[in-house]
Design a protein around this ligand. Structure first.
Ligand SMILES: [Zn+2]
Length: 131
């Protein structure tokens, strides 16, 4: 068993459910925005290369945002599936307790602070200069 009490576990579960509702609301808004923001409406009916580049960049940005939201929703769903299991709140890397405060702040997390930090250093590519 982890160090979470049943009361703490319910509190983390409520936080996950709130995050799921918030994510669903954002997804609905983005879907509505996406249907009214087509490539043609951004670039114009007869786009020049500058319009096309701008439209492509904006649509790539929207796609990236959508991808991140889907990733976040998937991790919240996975956490909701795990929350009632006895190993919920244990780090998937080292098996240590993640800790109630960290779970409250980030209820879908699967790693303790130490392992998350190591994971980010190992797999971070976005902030690394490419030159
Ligand atoms: Zn760990």
């Amino acid at each position: 068993m982890t160090a979470l009490t049943s009361q703490q576990r319910r509190r983390v579960e409520r936080e996950l459910l709130a995050q799921r509702r918030a994510a669903a609301d954002v997804a609905h808004e983005e879907l509505a925005h996406a249907t009214e923001t087509s490539f043609a409406s951004i670039a114009g009916e007869v786009p020049d290369f500058g319009d096309q580049a701008t439209a492509t960049t904006l649509m790539d940005f929207d796609n990236e945002l959508a991808r991140r939201h889907i990733e976040a929703m998937t991790s919240v769903e996975a956490a909701l599936a795990r929350v009632k299991r006895s190993d919920f709140g244990r780090c998937v890397e080292c098996g240590a307790d993640i800790g109630y405060q960290r779970l409250l702040a980030s209820p879908a997390t699967t790693r303790c602070v130490t392992c998350q930090s190591l994971h980010e250093k190992t797999y971070a590519t976005g902030a690394t200069p490419t030159l």
